[in-house]
Design a protein around this ligand. Structure first.
Ligand SMILES: [Zn+2]
Length: 345
């Protein structure tokens, strides 16, 4: 079977627990990161699943833990490698969006840099010690501590890729994204925010590994329905990749969820910001459909006067929404997914 050198030898038909020290001078004093390998009795693809690139996205973390406890290696073809939390400093400190060591959002600096800051060394280790040895990569997220969201999957768009190998990786990524079974699949062709690097899934695709980023849950809580969606999504991906046959005995398939190909495909991600700092009062919820020009909230000052009326720039569906009232200048308020067809209100 294929190997992941940093994990040492894996015994087919067993689940093993590892405590891993990632390479990188900035990471030298880190506590070891838990990793679980589920080595199937039969040969097959290698799938890598992690959570905790952002430290406050708890249903994603729990989903990875639960997969480690419930996947039966005797029923699996291939190997599943599970890392519950990459960004352990943020998890320990309950820091949203960034790593508190360098104040960098790790999901903006993939594929990292072995000589860069803490987050750059951490993402470099993730790609080079794990992702490059695998056949598919699933990065689990959710809304961070101040964010609500509707479940969705992101992957790279095939559009605009001239290279046939890159296009093939994007096509296979979209297949995995559709198989995951969440209501929306967003395909993107460029980063949604200007940033130094890429997101996890784009960096993996650059290395030839089909990859997706799946999001469920948020607001700093452990929603059981979000955990189940993410667990079931990974099971769906394993079936799609031929790693599991039929129903997995430990997990109940969710009715009306996880039907391959039933997601609404969105092709553009429009992020909305406030100009003013103040008190954010949204008039919409995650999952709502909004129309271009519609007022979707206000930002007021601490006397209660309105500073700014927030208006939707597009027709689309609100995929994530900042629900904390306190916002800073140029603060992120929401992300709206735009498709070819937008549903009625
Ligand atoms: Zn995240």
């Amino acid at each position: 079977m294929r190997t992941i050198p940093i994990l040492g030898e894996l015994t087919p038909g067993t689940t093993q627990r590892h405590l891993i020290k990632l390479p990188g001078a900035a990471l030298a004093n880190d506590e070891p990161r838990p990793v679980i390998s589920v080595a199937g009795a039969k040969a097959g693809p290698v799938l890598f699943v992690n959570a905790g690139v952002h430290g406050g996205e708890y249903p994603a973390v729990e989903a990875v833990i639960r997969l480690g406890k419930t996947l039966d290696p005797k029923k699996i073809s291939g190997t599943v490698i599970l890392m519950p939390v990459l960004n352990l400093p943020a998890f320990r400190a309950r820091t949203p969006f960034v790593c508190p060591v360098d104040n960098v959002n790790p999901n903006r600096v993939f594929p990292g840099d072995p000589h860069g800051s803490y987050s750059e060394q951490m993402t470099h280790a993730l790609i080079n010690e794990f992702v490059v040895y695998t056949d598919a990569y699933v990065d689990l997220h959710g809304g961070d501590i101040p964010e609500a969201l509707v479940p969705f999957v992101i992957c790279r768009s095939e559009a605009g890729l001239a290279d046939s190998k890159a296009r093939d990786v994007a096509t296979r990524s979209k297949g995995i994204a559709m198989a995951f079974g969440l209501p929306y699949v967003l395909t993107v062709s460029k980063p949604v925010q200007p940033s130094k690097g890429l997101s996890s899934y784009a960096a993996a695709a650059e290395r030839g590994v089909p990859a997706i980023l799946a999001e469920a849950g948020g607001v700093g809580q452990m929603q059981e329905d979000a955990v189940e969606l993410l667990v079931q999504g990974v099971i769906n991906v394993m079936r799609h990749l031929g790693m599991l046959a039929g129903d997995h005995p430990h997990l109940n398939p969710l009715p009306n969820k996880g039907e391959e190909g039933s997601a609404t495909v969105l092709t553009k991600f429009e992020w909305v910001y406030t100009k003013s700092r103040g008190v954010w009062c949204p008039k919409v919820a995650a999952g709502d459909f909004v129309n271009e020009g519609e007022q979707i909230g206000t930002v007021g000052d601490l006397f209660g006067d309105t500073l700014e009326k927030i208006v939707s720039p597009v027709n689309g569906v609100i995929l994530f929404l900042t629900i904390n009232p306190s916002v800073l200048e140029k603060g992120l308020l929401m992300g709206i997914g735009v498709g070819e067809v937008t549903s009625e209100k």
